[in-house]
Design a protein around this ligand. Structure first.
Ligand code: DC
Length: 226
């Protein structure tokens, strides 16, 4: 076990966990891992390779060889597939869906496990995903499970797309989000469930700064004092 501290923030999409995790990592001066982005890049690579999204073996091979790199320039976290910046591309509905499908396979998850653990570097790591507190970093010092109602999460996604100038249908977003939740929660391997020692926060009626306040209140004093 490593003595480098980890804070995990798990939960479904649209709860604000990405924003909260990034802000917290900045505030503490710690490293940040967006584990969902890794599955999204794999989804994109699989779609481009025209691999059957049910072909576990082919997907694991792509996962093992995935030419993925991260760049953290203090302004934003960027992701590269080989030399291509795919930070925005992996946020499409197509990649969201592909990521949710490919991430259900045990061999795929095993192939990506160590890639996630190497992010644990001094002085500490803030990470978000689905199984950060249960499987990847079970010895994390603080585990948070962030949730919100499906309607609130769909509305947030709708507003996000609108801001980006993308015309979307809220009912279609809600249906896709529910299907994805169902896949993520019901899969046999690393399902989306709170770790037994996770603290639950419902962000439904809360702003990002209100959630952040709650998270900070949960951190040991020695971490905030550092
Ligand atoms: O957090 P996100 O929406 O970017 O994640 C995209 C998909 O990746 C999600 O539907 C499930 C999968 N995922 C996972 O299986 N395990 C993680 N730790 C993070 C994401």
């Amino acid at each position: 076990m490593s003595c480098i501290p980890v804070i995990t923030i798990d939960g479904p999409s649209g709860t604000g966990k990405g924003t909260i995790s990034q802000q917290l990592a900045r505030k503490l001066g710690w490293h940040y891992l967006d584990s969902g982005a890794i599955y999204r890049v794999l989804g994109l690579a699989a779609l481009r390779a025209e691999v059957d999204l049910q072909d576990e073996q082919a997907l694991s091979q792509i996962a093992l060889e995935l030419p993925l790199s991260f760049q953290d320039d203090q302004e934003s976290f960027r992701l590269f597939l080989k030399d291509e910046d795919v930070t925005l591309k992996i946020r499409s509905e197509e990649c969201s869906r592909a990521a949710s499908i490919v991430s259900a396979f045990g061999c795929v998850r095993a192939a990506l496990l160590e890639r996630q653990r190497i992010f644990r570097k001094a002085p500490g790591l803030v990470t978000d995903g689905r199984d950060m507190g249960t499987i990847v970093f079970p010895d994390a010092i603080v585990k948070i499970f962030l949730d919100a109602s499906a309607e609130v999460r769909a509305e947030r996604r709708f507003q996000q797309l609108k801001k980006m100038g993308i015309n979307a249908n809220i009912d279609a977003i809600l249906a896709e989000l529910r299907a994805r939740d169902e896949r993520d929660r019901s899969r046999a391997i690393s399902p989306l469930i709170p770790a037994p020692d996770a603290i639950l926060i419902d962000s439904s009626g809360l702003s990002i700064s209100q959630v952040m306040e709650k998270v900070i209140a949960l951190l040991p004093k020695e971490i905030m004092g550092k």
